[in-house]
Design a protein around this ligand. Structure first.
Ligand code: NAD
Ligand code: UDP
Length: 336
């Protein structure tokens, strides 16, 4: 039987980011009190504009590497604090690694101290450039430990190791979600990810930038499905004895995505081809059998429907002053 109280106090580290801000909103909607901890390295206050005056919402501006003491009775901790887009996590790779290792350890120590259950936002990047397809959780991955993506991939792998060490030692109750590519409102126009790049390029009359030949694949999950999956994993009564993939298994080539997004944004510009970043995974698709069996969860929003909510949101963003969203004027950030 799940002992989570009906109304919990929940700390969301990285709550001002893309996924974190939707998660904070959903948790408030369920009647919980939410403490958002964020350094604003890649997150934005605008993502929280609907939440900032809420009586059950508190914002603590802090770095998880240097966590302030909390006197609250905490029931749950979500750790989403980490840059997520390749250009963002490669901008300061040492900091990315330390955020994931030191930051996760600090939050695990807080979970141990308070008895809160912790959910770690891990990533499909732990599978690297996978040689098994689709990727089940028991696949150990194919990661280059000294390439430009290693700060993130290995940082997240080390964070998973810490989580399961705390769990095995009985020091904290931990759940690990391996998040696959997610999209939706609150992404940043200029964060360099595929959906934000393609939509903002299409809406501002620039050709979409295809890296490599565009035959590589990704499987895109709409953010509301992701948030539902994370909450289901946090709430499930029995602790899964390993990580759980959360993502949408429908797989597209990058060229197919450019075509779909172009149609949704009503552009007919031909794409341009750019060099493929080093270590860019060739195929990615989650095996979600474990999430279906343990959580009764599966994504519900098809890509076409998710894009219908995402494209108009970006169109509004592009109307904002350039200081807030520079994508229309600046070239997209490109990872190494
Ligand atoms: P995001 O960059 O929008 O959000 C991350 C948030 O963490 C930001 O608000 C940022 O300011 C904050 N942050 C970063 N370093 C911090 C630190 N040291 N201390 C405190 N706060 C810090 O990214 P997102 O897409 O919302 O991703 C959220 C989480 O999910 C990340 O941990 C990411 O690795 C994971 N994830 C995301 C995806 C995806 O497709 N979006 C895929 C796999 C994994
Ligand atoms: N990509 C692309 N053009 C862009 C941005 C990304 O072709 O403008 C490709 C990128 O090379 C990768 C895929 O889209 O193969 C997804 O990239 P993203 O940065 O969104 O996430 P990743 O899954 O690589 O972390």
């Amino acid at each position: 039987m799940d002992m989570t109280p009906l109304s919990s106090t929940i700390l969301v580290a990285g709550g001002a980011g893309f996924i974190g801000s939707h998660l904070c909103e959903a948790l408030l909607g369920q009647g919980h009190a939410v403490i958002c901890v964020d350094s604003f390295q890649t997150g934005r206050r605008e993502n929280l504009s609907a939440l900032l005056g809420h009586p059950r919402f508190r914002l603590v501006e802090a770095d998880v590497e240097d966590l302030p003491p909390f006197r609250d009775r905490l029931d749950q901790i979500y750790n989403l604090a980490s840059p997520a887009s390749p250009p963002a996590y490669q901008a300061d790779p040492v900091r990315t690694m330390m955020t994931n290792v030191v930051g996760t350890n600090n939050l695990l120590a807080l979970a141990e101290q308070t008895g809160a259950r912790l959910l770690q936002a891990s990533t499909s990047e732990v599978y690297g450039d996978p040689e098994v397809h689709p990727q089940p959780e028991d696949y150990a991955g194919h990661v280059n430990c000294n390439g430009p993506r290693a700060c993130y991939d290995e940082g997240k792998r080390a964070a998973e190791a810490l989580c399961f060490d705390y769990l095995r030692a009985g020091r904290a109750e931990v759940r690990v979600a391996r998040i696959f590519n997610t999209y939706g409102p609150h992404m940043q126009c200029d964060d360099g990810r595929i959906v934000s790049n393609f939509i903002c390029q299409a809406l501002s009359g620039q050709p979409m930038t295809i890296y490599g030949n565009g035959e590589q694949t990704r499987s895109l999950c709409y953010v509301s499905d992701m948030v539902d999956g994370l909450i289901a994993l946090m709430e499930v009564a029995d602790t899964p004895d390993g990580p759980v993939n959360i993502g949408n298994p429908r797989e597209f080539t990058i060229l197919e995505l450019a075509d779909l997004i172009g149609r949704e944004a009503a552009t007919e510009l031909s794409p341009v081809f750019r060099p493929l970043p080093k270590d860019d995974p060739r195929r990615r698709r989650p095996d979600i059998a474990r999430a279906r069996a343990l959580l009764g969860w599966a994504p519900r929003v098809p890509l076409e429907e998710g894009l219908k909510k995402t494209v108009p949101w970006f169109a509004q963003e592009l109307q904002r002053p350039l200081a807030a969203c520079g994508a229309a004027a600046q070239p997209a950030k490109v990872p190494q």
